[in-house]
Write a protein that binds this ligand. Structure first.
Ligand SMILES: [Zn+2]
Ligand SMILES: [Zn+2]
Length: 162
């Protein structure tokens, strides 16, 4: 497993480079979602979801297109993607304007990404094997706070104990 430590700002963008962004505070969380909607949207086995503070997420170049739709649970969400190459970059959720949910694979440096939990394991591909200390949930955790605490413990340099 990689042992690289990231430095702020984190930078990333879409495949064609039309959209570029930076994140100036450390992400709030990183988890893998194995639900069938994330499989469909990513064209892969799971999505790597990285909530970041919206005020610290800056699109530096380009203007992502938006696809407003309803999540499986009926929540209004907008997926943001590059209009040229179609790469999904982040999502926004109605009633939660302070957070954007970044697709972590769009970061320039993905070598340090270790999800603190896997959710919706009930629809995970049979070969998906979360890290030994990762939280595993059949669907959603009752409380994401447990995940947040575990994430913060992984990154003491960004979340110093008060
Ligand atoms: Zn693009
Ligand atoms: Zn999902």
């Amino acid at each position: 497993m990689s042992s690289t430590r990231p430095a702020l700002p984190l930078t990333g963008g879409c495949s064609c480079g039309a959209i570029r962004y930076e994140i100036v505070s450390f992400p709030l969380l990183l988890y893998a979602c194995n639900c069938t909607d994330c499989q469909k949207a990513s064209g892969s086995a799971f999505a790597l979801n990285m909530p970041v503070l919206a005020r610290d997420f800056h699109v530096l170049q380009g203007e992502p297109k938006g696809w407003p739709h309803l999540s499986p649970k009926g929540v209004a969400v907008t997926s943001r993607f590059c209009g040229d190459c179609g790469g999904r970059i982040y999502g926004e959720r109605a009633g939660r304007a302070e957070i954007v949910n970044l697709r972590a694979g769009t970061l320039d440096d993905t070598s340090w990404l270790v999800p603190v939990a896997h959710i919706f394991m009930k629809s995970a591909q049979s070969w998906v094997e979360p890290a030994a200390d990762a939280g595993c949930y059949e669907t959603q955790p009752a409380d994401f706070n447990t995940l947040t605490l575990a994430w913060r413990a992984m990154w003491p340099e960004f979340f110093p104990k008060k």
